[in-house]
Design a binder for this molecule. Structure first.
Ligand code: CA
Length: 334
């Protein structure tokens, strides 16, 4: 053993491999002013029965996204060992401190968990969480589902997605699982900023990975919650862990072929959307106006579509900053 590399300090309070259904925590020691020998307690449910694949299921990687946490709480409550073949590891609030604060990044260290991989065993709280998933939980998994939504600053068409990968076989398996989720849309995603992402860490370990964007704005809807719950069940059926048949209608395939899909705000100001999610635009069509936030009478900036397609994501708050992601236009088909 290389003693120069410290071990990750996180310990599960329940066994990760014992048959049955167990609820506990990932206990992360966190010494601080209000609790000298305290810990961050990340809720965890593990269900094991017979032989079969292992699914690792996470929500609140970003703390202000709620469809995943709802679907995973419901699964942790409802699912019984006799329902499955294999193992289900459920972490509804992956970045628990961020979830409790209702913020994207952790209030403890200002680290974005989804840019913290591979993490560090002697780093900050969020870096330790990343390192534990990287080195302990992900290696146990055959299938990883990580739920996202837009959080407080973005809103999305509801989709499950797979990434473009170098390994064609792995990519095909990820696409099949994302299609099985059967959200209203299924997207082939080109990441804008893939370094340090959980997605990248999981895919580099050769796993089947499904992620989602199911809504946003810092809340959820009855529809988006239903899509999350049904999709989770569908993916577990697809993996052979749960019996049954995949439910839902025909998912519309979307693709993001290049960086022209992303539209960035060229100025700060008052944001006026001119297209809603799911609407179709042609190249050059106006997507939004940005009005001056500090004077009246000035002409707005008009942001035009760099390509034709469907509006798949948009900035959510009424105010916008220069450099914010204003809109994402995806292409149907693919
Ligand atoms: Ca997110």
């Amino acid at each position: 053993m290389n003693t120069s590399i410290p071990a990750n300090p996180i310990r599960p309070t329940i066994p990760l491999d014992r048959p049955g259904k167990h609820h506990g925590f990932l206990k992360l020691p966190y010494s601080r002013n209000d609790s000298a020998w305290g810990a961050v307690m990340i809720p965890l449910t593990v269900i094991v029965n017979g032989t079969g694949p292992t699914a690792l299921l996470t929500g609140a990687n970003h703390g202000d996204e709620y469809e995943g946490p709802v679907a995973l709480q419901a699964l942790a409550h409802d699912l019984q060992p006799e329902d499955i073949a294999g193992r289900v590891i459920i972490v509804p609030y992956m970045n628990f401190p961020a979830f409790r604060a209702g913020t994207r990044v952790s209030p403890l260290d200002s680290v974005n968990l989804n840019r913290a991989f591979p993490g560090a065993p002697d780093g900050s709280v969020t870096q330790k969480i990343a390192h534990y998933f990287q080195g302990v939980l992900v290696p146990m998994a055959d299938l990883v589902v990580d739920f996202h939504s837009g959080g407080k600053t973005l809103d999305f068409l509801p989709f499950a997605c797979a990434h473009y990968l170098d390994d064609a076989g792995q990519q095909a398996a990820c696409v099949a699982a994302a299609q099985a989720f059967n959200a209203p849309y299924t997207l082939m995603l080109r990441e804008i900023d893939a370094v340090g992402m959980y997605d990248t860490a999981v895919e580099q370990q050769g796993k089947v990975f499904v992620t989602t964007e199911l809504g946003g704005g810092g809340s959820l809807t009855a529809r988006s919650a239903r899509i999350a719950r049904r999709g989770l069940r569908n993916v577990l059926i697809h993996a052979g862990i749960l019996a049954g048949t995949v439910e839902g209608g025909d998912s519309v395939m979307l693709d993001m072929p290049d960086d022209d899909c992303y539209h960035v705000a060229p100025a700060a100001g008052l944001y006026e959307p001119m297209v809603d999610l799911g609407e179709t635009v042609a190249p050059g069509d106006p997507l939004a106006r940005i009005w001056a936030a500090d004077r009246s009478g000035a002409a707005p900036d008009i942001i035009r579509a760099q390509r034709g397609g469907v509006l798949a994501a948009r900035h959510f708050p009424g105010l916008i900053q220069i450099g914010d992601c204003l809109a994402v236009v995806a292409v149907t088909g693919g």
